[in-house]
Design a protein. Structure first.
Length: 431
């Protein structure tokens, strides 16, 4: 007996135009950043995903007033009466992005008490970079069971902190940058993550009155200011959702235009689609303010296998690895996918194998031998991007595909199934 699941039927030559929601990986940290500014801020282009709603619950529990106009995709947050610096475990456990309130709480209250975060099972994803960076900025850290207790120590020796990352962690870069924005002196982050979503955070912080500059060689320089002010800001389009729609055309031999996608955010993905033989046009909906806005993909009937290696931006994004692998299962020849970001990001492989995919694993590499057909089956999605990969595979597979793990789909996307339906894809939710 199947519980809540996504039902997918074969849907060849998906076509049409679609607009993507605001970037999931930008909106969550940007909502957290509003803690830094006392008063009423407004965010536009906010997706109605379960992760966004969990972040709303988190802020409300801290004392903020939040109003979400789902129809207009506008979020209003008033942090004037924020009065808590402790986040409950039951809220923290719902998503890993909840750790991103730690920096803003420390900046505002000088203290933070948070539980270790939850979310997708993608491996250890340790928060050591966050905690070690906080310590270098003069934060005292103590672990107490499932809690992290953090407190600012008044000390002149931490006026100018230099934090060096061995790996450009997105979350740690964001967390430390938010604390540094209201910390006296200059904080330098060496080997900082510079994903488009991180730069969107830089943009909104500078709008609030922060002094943050990007330097050559992945450097961030943050000069602390005494106060940040409320802001009105629009979230950038989600490049990962855009990639998903382009892949619906690639895997079904269709043609899809993502009208608001920013091509400059998707260079490596676009390059690999072209290597596969798909026709990709950029700037198809451009205007004078956004010359690279809009991407169209026309799928080839004879896609070719390619090599993909995930990594920090501007490398191939790990969040598009699983959906792209679904398309590679039907490509001619052999493909090689190397995952360098998360150690457990091949959990979708065994589900694709149930559909007839020929994939062999060796450590952090997946060797894919293209097959002529995939076949529908009952599948389990173990994380957000795996749910997407299995739905894409179902669009090209003979028969019906049932994908359980609906909560992952809801966490990452705002009514993605309805947008796919509008393009001609046979996808429905059964709850």
């Amino acid at each position: 007996m199947l519980g809540a699941h996504i039902l997918v039927k074969k849907s060849l030559e998906i076509h049409g135009s679609v607009e993507v929601a605001g970037a999931k990986n930008a909106v969550l940290v940007i909502i957290s950043s509003l803690i830094l500014a006392k008063g009423r801020s407004v965010l536009d282009n906010v997706p109605n995903s379960s992760d966004v709603n969990h972040m709303i619950m988190l802020l409300q529990d801290l004392g903020a007033y939040v109003e979400f106009n789902v129809e207009n995709k506008q979020l209003t947050v008033d942090t004037s009466n924020l009065n808590k610096f402790e986040v409950k475990p039951e809220i923290m456990n719902k998503m890993r992005a909840s750790i991103l309130v730690m920096g803003p709480l420390l900046a505002r209250f000088g203290k933070a008490k948070v539980a270790f975060p939850g979310g997708c099972v993608l491996g250890a994803r340790p928060i050591d970079y966050h905690l070690n960076g906080f310590k270098k900025m003069g934060i005292k850290i103590e672990e107490d069971g499932c809690y992290i207790n953090a407190e600012k120590i008044d000390s002149k020796e931490h006026l100018n902190s230099r934090i060096i990352f061995e790996y450009p962690s997105v979350g740690a870069t964001e967390n430390l940058m938010m604390l540094a924005a209201l910390t006296e002196g200059q904080t330098t982050i060496v080997n900082a993550a510079l994903e488009p979503e991180v730069l969107d955070l830089v943009d909104i912080l500078n709008k609030m009155g922060a002094d943050i500059k990007c330097g050559n060689g992945a450097f961030l320089y943050i000069n602390g200011v005494s106060e940040l002010k409320p802001v009105h800001h629009a979230i950038i389009p989600d490049r990962l959702e855009a990639g998903t729609f382009l892949l619906t055309a690639a895997i079904t031999g269709g043609c899809v235009t993502v009208t608001n996608a920013i091509a400059d955010h998707m260079d490596m993905f676009v390059e690999k689609m072209r290597e596969m033989g798909h026709k990709v046009e950029t700037g198809v909906c451009a205007d004078e303010n956004n010359p690279t806005r809009g991407i169209r993909l026309t799928g080839t009937r004879l896609p070719q296998g390619v090599k993909i290696k995930t990594g920090p931006y501007p490398a191939f994004p790990t969040d598009l690895q699983a959906p792209t692998m679904a398309a590679l299962c039907l490509a001619n020849g052999t493909s090689l996918v190397e995952e360098t970001v998360f150690e457990n990001r091949f959990m979708h492989v065994q589900e694709l194998q149930k559909m007839g995919a020929q994939i062999s694993l060796a450590g952090n590499q997946a060797l894919i031998r293209g097959v002529e057909n995939l076949y529908g089956n009952n599948l389990i999605a173990t994380d957000i991007r795996a749910s997407c990969a299995l739905v894409l595979a179902g669009l090209a597979a003979d028969g019906q595909t049932h994908v359980s793990g609906l909560h992952h789909w809801r966490r990452g996307y705002d009514q993605l199934e309805i947008k796919i339906q509008a393009l001609g894809g046979q996808v429905e939710i059964n709850e």
